[in-house]
Design a protein around this ligand. Structure first.
Ligand code: AMP
Length: 359
């Protein structure tokens, strides 16, 4: 079987690494000449709306998946006419628009922070009058890793914030004084079988994920699974779905969902029996799902901007290094380290001595 992937970044690369033992081959459509997934398959170096490249992709793979939400809708529609695209295009369309996804969460009885649609400066003023400050102005589409977001603390900042997002369609969202951020990686296959990984606690800085820790037997697991299951079923979903939450006063408020493998699930490569990457492929190929059980305690640290001392990292017992083959650049995800241990204390100790990583 040949799998087409829209995008050639680290998620595509890790999908391919998980797919090789299953006998799969990969074709990546990505306009970046040195795409980091390229060494692992055939690389169609073209824009996502390049019809000749799309035709070639459709003619050379059995199904298509994607590694990012902002795939142009026309690309997905073109391919979906010719062969199966998973996760299903309607799920992608919902997830790429914050207003649609948050409205869906509420329709399904899933709690979120309060939000209102903002299409003009006037709307923004009215939304602030109704919801109060502080609040966050978020573009409806194309926002990720904290991009496309403006925090508002003072009414005098409205005009600057509106200009800061170039007057594009947005939502205003209340700030949640959360106790922690958690996410669940869920998966549903073509036959409707579902599985859920143990919750992950995530720490962000400037909107970018810094580290994730898997949470064995967390009291919020049941509620997170219930919410994820509602989404999987409603969307007739196929593949991995990541759902991110704010936890506050024993409640989970959904922040967003990602219809793809997710950074907060990278620990599953070594920390779970079957990784999120393998399970995504199993799901879209109509295979039975692999076990999502933990292999022990594990945590993941992102390597952002520059690399730490690799010898020192690899001297830590239970440390597994994943480099994406990218050059250093501020804010760029260059790789990650998964640290595994038999118990929580040992894991915390190993993470604390990780060189060059803020604790
Ligand atoms: P997002 O781009 O929506 O994933 O947001 C990136 C990060 O910004 C989140 O993981 C939070 O750390 C923070 N953030 C986003 N929305 C809110 C909110 N409503 N209240 C508090 N923090 C937020």
């Amino acid at each position: 079987m040949r799998v087409g992937v829209l995008g050639g970044g680290q998620l595509a690369r890790m999908l391919a690494l998980a797919g090789y033992p299953l006998g799969l081959e990969f074709v990546f459509l990505c306009p970046v000449p040195d795409a980091c997934a390229a060494p692992l398959g055939e690389h169609l170096c073209a824009n996502f709306d390049d019809e000749a490249a799309l035709q070639r992709l459709a003619g050379s793979v059995d199904r298509v998946t994607y590694e990012f939400e902002s795939v142009p809708a026309g690309t997905v529609a073109y391919l979906n006419d010719k062969l199966p695209v998973y996760p299903p295009p309607p799920a992608l369309a919902t997830a790429r628009d914050r207003l649609h996804e948050k409205s869906l969460f509420n329709e399904l009885g899933i709690d979120t922070a309060p939000f209102m649609a903002v299409d003009s400066l006037d709307d923004l003023q009215q939304a602030v009058a109704k919801m109060g400050l502080p609040a966050i102005l978020k573009t409806r589409t194309l926002g990720y890793d904290g991009k496309g977001q403006q925090w508002l603390r003072d009414p005098a900042e409205l005009m600057v914030a509106w200009e800061g997002i170039n007057g594009t369609a947005a939502i205003l969202e209340g700030v949640v004084p959360f106790e922690r951020e958690v996410s669940i990686i869920a998966v549903r296959n073509l036959a409707g079988e579902m599985a859920f990984y143990p919750l992950t606690e995530n720490r962000h800085a400037a909107g970018i994920l810094q580290r994730s820790i898997s949470l064995p037997d967390d009291p919020m697991q049941g509620l997170a699974e219930d919410y994820a299951q509602r989404l999987l079923e409603h969307l007739a979903y196929v593949g991995v779905l990541a759902v991110e939450f704010f936890q506050l006063d024993g409640q989970l408020l959904v922040n967003e969902m990602a219809p793809r493998v997710h950074n907060s699930g990278h620990w599953t490569i070594e920390g779970a029996v079957s990784s999120q990457f393998e399970n995504h492929l199993r799901a879209i190929l109509g295979l039975p799902l692999g076990s999502t059980a933990l292999t022990g305690h594990s945590g993941m640290v992102n390597l952002i901007g520059e690399l730490p001392d690799i010898d020192a990292v690899l001297s830590i017992p239970g440390a597994h290094l994943h480099l994406y083959g990218k050059g250093p650049q501020p804010g760029r995800k260059l790789g990650h380290i998964t640290v595994c241990a038999d118990n929580g204390d040992s894991l915390q100790h190993r993470l604390a001595v990780m060189p060059g990583i803020q604790s």
